[in-house]
Design a protein around this ligand. Structure first.
Ligand SMILES: C[S@@+](CC[C@H](N)C(=O)[O-])C[C@H]1O[C@@H](n2cnc3c(N)ncnc32)[C@H](O)[C@@H]1O
Length: 279
């Protein structure tokens, strides 16, 4: 289901990867010099990853994956964009950061990769690209060893309603609860400082409610450890926002009182039989 839309998205990510690689926002030179692309929120919440086998779903060109590696994790990143995976492999080789990168649609991973991990991680800007969270959660569950930890930090689905075109105050637009069909976006630019128009300019994105995200993981056999909502964002989603020194984006005048990010930790029970990940 939605194979054509995911194909279009993959072409978009192939085109966006070199633009992101050169962008100020991804700051690859800073990363070369040792900067981490991870934010305080996930560093604090996921904690010590030293010596743990960590699978990063939707790793893009690997900065977050390799940032976990620099903190001692034994990392594997997965992404469906050949361009992103090739870039990640080049960078890990150039910087001698041990990391394995697999080119695969998240949904196809169980067919080509039969390993279990201590930690499955996914972060910032990931879930909106997935049409079917029930199927995704089965892949997460299937990738964890019994007792293993799942951690996700991403845009709060409610934050999508903030209208970035109303510059002087917070106004909401659109629907929080959708009919499951994707939103189609057409733009020559990506979300970073783009230096040239993209060839593939169309993307499809899905809005998943918080209950859908949590429910999909529980149905796949995971147990919830915590669910947090935060006013800290990870990108500039409105003209009234500013970037703090620690890398988080927040609303300038006091707090906005709306959740911009959610983070969730869950684990696969020790006795759990892995749920089948077939369609
Ligand atoms: C915004 S990035 C998330 C990673 C990281 N937070 C970052 O900003 O670099 C989203 C990634 O999801 C990948 N992606 C989208 N849909 C996918 C799918 N169905 N299977 C695997 N990867 C997918 C894209 O190729 C892209 O690299």
């Amino acid at each position: 289901m939605y194979e054509d839309e995911m194909d279009t998205n993959r072409r978009w990510w192939d085109g966006a990867t070199p633009v992101h690689y050169r962008s100020r926002s991804y700051d690859v030179d800073g990363f070369r010099r040792g900067a981490s692309s991870l934010l305080p929120l996930e560093l604090k919440e996921l904690g010590d990853v030293g010596g743990k086998r960590l699978l990063h779903l939707q790793c893009h060109f690997g900065l977050d994956t390799m940032s976990w590696a620099r903190r001692g994790a034994i990392v594997t990143g997965v992404d469906f964009s050949p361009e992103a995976i090739a870039t990640a492999r080049r960078l890990s080789e150039e910087l001698s950061i041990p990391a394995r990168f697999i080119e695969s649609n998240v949904y196809d991973l169980p067919e080509m990769h039969d390993e279990r991990y201590d930690i499955v991680y996914t972060g910032y800007g990931a879930l909106c690209w997935l049409p079917d969270l029930a199927r995704w959660a089965k892949v997460v569950s299937r990738s964890l060893r019994p007792g293993g930890t799942f951690y996700v930090v991403d845009s709060h689905p409610f934050s999508d309603l903030i209208d970035e075109n109303v510059a002087d105050r917070i106004e909401l637009k659109g629907r929080y609860i959708t009919d499951g069909r994707p939103e189609k976006w057409v733009s020559p630019d990506t979300y970073t400082d783009s230096d040239r128009p993209l060839e593939e300019q169309t993307t499809y994105a899905w809005r998943h409610t918080l209950s859908e995200i949590v429910g999909s993981l529980l149905s796949a056999g995971l147990r919830l450890d915590f669910l947090h909502e935060s006013e800290m964002g990870y990108f500039n989603m409105h003209p009234l926002m500013e970037k703090r020194d620690d890398g988080h984006w927040v609303f300038r005048e006091g707090t906005c009182g709306l959740p911009l990010t959610f983070s969730l930790m869950a684990h696969l029970p020790d006795h759990c039989q892995t749920v089948s990940s077939s369609r």
